[in-house]
Design a protein around this ligand. Structure first.
Ligand code: FRU
Length: 504
């Protein structure tokens, strides 16, 4: 039985979807059906399709009482919207259905685990949000909240663990058929920690231990954990709030951190070995992953930034989009990310140039576009003499441009959207320290009207940013200070016809 609150949300989004059908949107990145979107939720493969839910406030383009929006896709790029899956309609989640994840039960049902939020009045009359973990079971469209919700509350916290910061469960099913989940939490000192829980059947949960603790290293509260094995290593993804910068690795504000190490299953012991940022750009947060049927580990994040996401005009019909889904691997203690290979099926006509040598500004015929996949291979144009700077500028006309530049002497790559059309004094540049090899660098750029994602050296570093430029502005040029030689291949990205006709 769906509640009146959910039925109202579903009716509203259906009507509004028709009304705003002509609005410009990303072509292959999932964006809010209507209203506001933040974190990806419930990323899973169920009944032959990928399901992606998201934090959703259909009634305005700003964050509000959280619902779960819902979309499905066969190839992770052509998405169809489904009716909202969850609404804040019960006592324990009346103030929001926060982030969470999903698994497929052995009996074929889809199990969602999410955070229920309800405000509690404090002795001083103020209010605080109590957070608990809850379940809903469904068939891929309609979900019934479990009668015994919440399944985890303050009684399942370690000593000092805050019931006000206890959210974003990531659930998985183990080989032996039992379940585990990790949940973000804070200590009494407001320091992040990740808690591990276990369950025989996915419904009855038991506290196990603190899986990882911040100890003051990365921001404060740790949100949106994910925990998985890949390439013989174990990865713990976290999204820490309130970070301080550390060199070129971490920046101020909310960030994403990848802890790489080993996991001893018998004792549930995670030993950290390496850490790094997941994305070095401006707009990326709260990533979560799915294990694809073919064994790939695929990651998707919210392509936004909590410190800049509230500056848009109130009348906007939609706000918020996901990143490209990315295949992740671990090599030599580092996380690599590449756009899912399905993107290559969207490649239209190829435009290719080899050994282009230049030392100033150049444009190349047919190298333009705002919905493109472009690979650049850059090297010094003169033997033994490394150029000082290389840049590619896109979404460019006489007024606007966004650029990706590389300075080999500093080994710094930078994305700069200062001239992309924003009138706000917010972050418009981000730099990342890369392992450059004597001025040789590979840069893959994916543009989808309102975003740029930059994959450096086969995905060793990724920088994502949203753009503000009119989608018709599609110029591209290259700049070199010193002599550069470069190969370029560019593809226009086109909907694949048997996948199109769907609403994204
Ligand atoms: C992260 C987050 C989560 C929470 C959700 C609320 O962006 O703050 O911790 O579940 O957003 O919308």
């Amino acid at each position: 039985m769906t509640s009146q609150i959910l039925r109202d949300a579903r009716k509203y989004e259906e009507e509004m979807e028709r009304r705003i059908a002509g609005e410009p949107r990303p072509a292959f990145h999932l964006s809010a059906r209507v209203g506001w979107m933040n974190d990806p939720n419930g990323f899973s493969f169920f009944k032959g399709e990928y399901h992606l839910f998201y934090q959703y406030h259909p009634f305005s383009a700003f964050w509000g009482p959280m619902h779960w929006g819902h979309a499905v896709s066969k190839d992770l790029l052509h998405w169809s919207h489904l009716p909202a899956a969850l609404a804040p309609d019960t006592d324990y989640d009346r103030d929001g259905c926060f982030s969470g994840n999903a698994v497929v039960l052995p009996d074929g049902r889809h199990l969602l685990m999410y955070t229920g939020v309800s405000r509690e009045t404090q002795p001083d009359g103020g209010q605080r949000e109590v957070q608990t973990q809850c379940l809903a079971v469904g068939d891929g469209i309609d979900y019934e909240k479990w009668t015994e919700n919440p399944v985890l509350d303050w009684r399942s916290l370690p000593q000092g663990g805050s019931k006000y910061d206890f959210r974003d469960p990531k659930i998985w099913r183990k080989q032996d058929g039992s379940y585990r989940c990790v949940v973000g939490n804070c200590t009494a000192e407001h320091d992040g920690q990740i808690l591990l829980y276990s369950s025989r059947d996915g419904f009855h949960w038991k506290y196990e231990k603190i899986l990882a603790a911040n100890k003051g290293r990365f921001g404060r509260m740790w949100e949106c954990p994910d925990f998985f094995a890949v390439d013989g290593k174990q990865v713990l993804l976290i999204s820490p709030q309130d970070m301080m910068p550390q060199g070129f690795e971490y920046h101020n504000g909310n960030g994403t951190v990848c802890l790489i190490g080993t996991y001893e299953e018998e004792t549930d012991t995670f030993s950290e070995e390496y850490h790094q940022a997941v994305d070095y750009g401006i707009d990326f947060y709260a990533p979560q992953t799915v294990l694809a049927p073919d064994g790939r580990r695929i990651l998707i994040g919210w392509m936004q930034n909590w410190d800049t996401c509230n500056l848009h005009a109130p009348g906007r019909p939609w706000f918020g989009q996901m990143s490209l889904p990315r295949e992740v691997t671990v090599k030599n203690g580092r996380l690599f990310q590449k756009p899912v290979r399905e993107l290559e099926r969207m490649r239209g006509e190829e435009v290719r140039y080899e050994n282009v040598s230049f030392s100033d500004v150049i444009k190349l015929d047919e190298i333009k576009g705002r919905k493109i996949d472009m690979e650049l291979s850059v090297r010094p144009g003169e033997e033994e003499k490394i150029y000082r700077k290389f840049a590619v500028r896109f979404a460019q006309n006489d007024t606007y441009q966004t650029s990706v530049s590389f300075k080999p002497y500093e080994s710094i790559i930078k994305v700069d959207r200062k001239h992309s059309g924003s009138r706000r004094a917010i972050i418009h540049q981000r730099r990342c320290l890369v392992k450059g090899e004597k001025g040789r660098i590979k840069i893959r750029i994916v543009l989808d009207y309102f975003s740029v994602e930059v994959f450096v050296n086969d995905g060793e570093y990724v920088l994502s940013a949203t753009l503000y430029t009119d989608p018709a502005v599609d110029g591209i040029s290259f700049f070199a200070d010193g002599q550069v030689e470069m190969d370029v291949v560019k593809y226009e990205l086109l909907p694949v016809s048997h996948m199109s006709g769907q609403s994204i």
